[in-house]
Design a binder for this molecule. Structure first.
Ligand SMILES: *[C@@H]1O[C@H](CO)[C@@H](O)[C@H](O)[C@H]1NC(C)=O
Ligand SMILES: *[C@@H]1O[C@H](CO)[C@@H](O)[C@H](O)[C@H]1NC(C)=O
Ligand SMILES: *[C@@H]1O[C@H](CO)[C@@H](O)[C@H](O)[C@H]1NC(C)=O
Length: 600
């Protein structure tokens, strides 16, 4: 009743706005998002040229988004009668479509600015508008001034602003306008992996030991090869996570997707070399490259992140088809030339593309992230809502938790108070994704010290984890009080190995570490679980967290030692039960298979 009456009031309010003389209301600006300072790492270079063309994207308020979230939780909760009844693209489009009031109002505003309605591109659901406008026009629409900003460490330029506004009447109808205040351009996106020269590449003897484990088909953690504590290959992961005995059955339907961004290319030849060295039965297996929005596929420039992701998802899921989505952007802004700027923003283009597909992979892994505080709240909410849509469609979405423990660097807040605070990572902090932390060693596995973990300052704690988190906090007591937000969404949800992965890059085997190792590994196990569900005639798992935090708990190897220091503190400690270092633990495929097999 209450909600309904609010809706009616909102509708009435919107009509009243429409009835007022339009010209006046469009000059009545209210700030949509503003930074206190220029984001760290950037400096202002000069005014943006007024004639420079921006591709503006406007995300409109999705009329029934709350209903979409209700659907998401129902179809993801194994105790709900609708478990597994995922929505189709058409169902989701109907829920995320903007109301006609929203469309009318925003169109009237665009018309006031002489935007030709035919020049506006719309997403299928109508919730995204894109239009090309010169900087001068974007400035009058958004009550702002764009500048060219320079990043000395990457020698890159971008066109952004530190604040933008919208007419008051438009505010309740627009989620975010981009590019505006998000400085995390595609080229600056942070992968969560690093080549680790401190770990020597695997020796021939260790390769032999690990290969033998594959052939023997291990089923006991105690028998995992000891060399897996130093260097990790698919044999270690299959033994540790108990997938050795499983052969995928549903490869005609089940698919594994990896999302990569600009300048990261997965190399076909390296994948074959990787199989020759570490998984001979998969030799000849390939993957599909999908180029999103001008993404490239330069086979002469293999990327560490891309190769790591595809080599390990393929190895874990063979013979399941894998797809590498390479999301591109236009060239970066060069101040002295007339080249168009890189206005594409990470995630948005990829989400736009994937949501427009009728059939999408059942499992995704993405290994990118940045400090939550560097992502504007409106932008983060819009992207996070996109992941909720993927979950409602029946996809399981994994993200790496970050490689800075509870926070890297000085951990100073950018809200003007300059106080030290733990720095949560986004999208790891989005409640609609499954966030994967890192472990190392074997028998027992322990938390790896860089494993990102903590509490969001943007997203409230979802009920699926409230009891697990409360138990942890009770044990943690008052340590580091005030450095993290106890009511925020807590992560990671789960974990997997994250150190010393053997990756073939340009023909050479190198050791790579980071939670970028953990996310594709965990996603690989999920893909096998999806295979098992599909082969049994059931729906894929979709959004995993409600299952994992309830009946799923006993399907994990609980990690009970190690910590994730950062921000001048010892960080959090891995303990019995859930913790913000390793989540619920690492997967035991055999046990999880029984659990998801028992779910309807
Ligand atoms: C969505 O897909 C349809 C059919 O493939 C295509 O015609 C349309 O242009 C796409 N829309 C967007 C916004 O990409
Ligand atoms: C703590 O998290 C909540 C969301 O649960 C948010 O509304 C609040 O602003 C956060 N507090 C701080 C200090 O960031
Ligand atoms: C591995 O899976 C099997 C079933 O396939 C199960 O019996 C066993 O408990 C699981 N875990 C270990 C550590 O063997």
């Amino acid at each position: 009743m209450h909600v309904l009456s609010l809706l009616v009031k909102a509708a009435v309010a919107a009509r009243i706005v429409l009835a007022t003389p339009l010209a006046r209301s469009w000059d009545d600006f209210e700030v949509k998002h503003a930074w206190v300072d220029i984001p760290a790492g950037w400096e202002r270079h000069s005014d943006a040229p007024p004639e420079h063309v921006l591709n503006l994207k406007i995300s409109l308020k999705q009329d029934k988004f709350d209903d979409l979230v209700d659907h998401l939780y129902q179809v993801s909760d194994p105790s709900h009668p609708r478990y597994g009844a995922h929505l189709s693209k058409e169902d989701v489009d109907a829920l995320i479509a903007p109301s006609s009031d929203t469309v009318d109002l925003v169109e009237a505003w665009l018309k006031y600015h002489n935007v030709d309605p035919d020049a506006v591109q719309r997403s299928n659901a109508g919730d995204w508008l894109s239009l090309s406008v010169p900087v001068s026009q974007a400035e009058s629409m958004l009550g702002t001034k764009y500048s060219i900003f320079f990043n000395p460490s990457s020698s890159s330029f971008i066109v952004r602003t530190t604040s933008y506004s919208l007419p008051k009447a438009i505010h309740p109808h627009v989620n975010v306008v981009a590019p505006t205040t998000y400085f995390g351009s595609m080229r600056k996106m942070k992968t969560t992996s690093f080549v680790d020269p401190s770990i020597k590449a695997i020796s021939d003897a260790d390769i032999q030991e690990q290969r033998k484990a594959l052939i023997d088909g291990l089923h006991s953690l105690a028998a995992v090869p000891s060399s897996c504590a130093r260097t990790v290959t698919p044999a270690c992961l299959q033994a540790l996570y108990n997938t050795t005995g499983y052969t995928p059955q549903a490869s005609a339907v089940n698919k594994m997707g990896v999302a990569g961004y600009l300048e990261e290319f997965a190399n076909d030849a390296d994948l074959q070399t990787f199989f020759q060295r570490f998984l001979t039965k998969a030799e000849g297996a390939t993957f599909t490259h999908v180029q999103v929005n001008g993404g490239e596929n330069n086979q002469n420039d293999p990327g560490v992140e891309a190769n790591l992701d595809i080599q390990y998802t393929e190895a874990m899921t063979f013979p399941t088809p894998n797809i590498y989505f390479s999301t591109g952007g236009s060239p970066p802004f060069v101040p002295d030339s007339q080249t168009p700027t890189n206005t594409n923003e990470p995630y948005l283009d990829w989400l736009d593309f994937i949501m427009n597909q009728t059939v999408i992979p059942q499992t995704f892994s993405t290994s990118y992230g940045d400090d939550e505080q560097t992502v504007p709240l409106d932008f983060a909410q819009t992207v996070c809502n996109g992941f909720a849509q993927l979950g409602a469609r029946g996809s399981s979405v994994m993200f790496s938790s970050g490689d800075d423990g509870v926070g890297g660097g000085s951990c100073v807040s950018n809200d003007g108070t300059n106080t030290v605070k733990f720095q949560p990572n986004f999208p790891a902090s989005c409640p609609y994704v499954t966030t994967v932390g890192g472990t190392t060693k074997v028998n027992p596995e322990v938390a790896v010290d860089f494993s990102g973990g903590g509490f969001s300052n943007y997203f409230a704690q979802p009920s699926y984890q409230s009891s697990a988190v409360a138990t942890f906090l009770k044990g943690f007591g008052t340590q580091d009080k005030g450095l993290f937000n106890v009511t925020g969404r807590a992560y990671p949800d789960v974990s997997a190995q994250g150190q010393g992965f053997q990756v073939v890059i340009g023909g050479r085997t190198e050791s790579v570490s980071g939670t970028s190792c953990s996310s594709p590994t965990f996603a690989g196990v999920v893909s096998l679980l999806n295979d098992f569900r599909i082969a049994s005639g059931k729906a894929p798992l979709g959004f995993l967290n409600p299952l994992f935090y309830s009946s799923g708990v006993s399907g994990f190897n609980d990690i009970v030692s190690g910590s994730n220091p950062g921000c001048g503190t010892n960080g959090f400690t891995a303990v019995k039960g859930w913790d913000p270092v390793t989540g619920l633990g690492t997967p035991d495929f055999g046990k999880l298979q029984a659990i998801v097999g028992a779910a309807p």
